[in-house]
Design a protein around this ligand. Structure first.
Ligand SMILES: C[S@@+](CC[C@H](N)C(=O)[O-])C[C@H]1O[C@@H](n2cnc3c(N)ncnc32)[C@H](O)[C@@H]1O
Length: 188
């Protein structure tokens, strides 16, 4: 389980990332759409991109924007790089090694963030959300989503976002799974 889905590595990780790629497109598109980013030049972060389906959806929405992906797995990097090779060579996508709890980005660097089937793997979700808050500009939206195979959202998710200081928290359920949208507070 750990090598396959939590932090893909080795042969199990290759298989895990291929399985994610088969079923994740619809939720990746829905999460990106729910973000509601309107600025075509926005800089959007995806944390835990796995096979890179969210990166594909983000570059589709923001052909003139910048998409930054952060993931600690070498296997995930390889698959996401192959899937997004053209956008990377155009300079629209940058994939970085790192984790939610230690994002390799400066303060207030991003205009929005998504993370799909990811938060339940972080060692300390509150620490991860605080770190995401640090790298977002005030007023930036985030979408946290879970597909059914992930087991769904952890209990207390809304309270966790509120404790991390996010506002305008809205939860929804669709055919693709569960989603939560929240906003970075405008004044910190
Ligand atoms: C189940 S996959 C989900 C991939 C993708 N978001 C999707 O829905 O297809 C989990 C991904 O999160 C990454 N990951 C694991 N722990 C992480 C952490 N602490 N911070 C950021 N990413 C992490 C893994 O390396 C893996 O690529």
């Amino acid at each position: 389980m750990y090598d396959m889905f939590v932090r893909p590595s080795g042969a199990a990780g290759e298989e895990g990332v291929r399985l994610m790629a088969r079923s994740g497109t619809a939720m990746a598109r829905e999460a990106v759409s729910l973000l509601g980013v309107e600025d075509p030049q926005a800089r959007v972060l995806e944390i835990g991109f796995g096979p890179g389906l969210g990166i594909v959806a983000l570059t589709g929405l923001l052909p003139a924007g910048e998409v930054i992906g952060v993931d600690p797995s070498e296997v995930s990097h390889r698959h996401a790089e192959a899937r997004n090779a053209a956008a990377i060579s155009r300079g629209n996508v940058v994939l970085l090694s790192g984790t939610a709890q230690a994002l390799p980005l400066p303060d207030e660097h991003c205009d929005a963030a998504i993370f799909v089937d990811n938060l339940h793997f972080w060692p300390d979700p509150l620490e991860g959300l605080s770190e995401i808050r640090r790298v977002l500009r005030p007023g930036a939206p985030v979408v946290c989503a879970f597909t059914p195979p992930s087991g769904g959202p952890p209990s207390g998710l809304r309270r966790l976002f509120a404790t991390a200081g996010f506002v305008d928290i809205e939860e929804s359920v669709s055919a693709n799974g569960s989603l939560l949208r929240a906003v970075h507070p405008s004044s910190v």
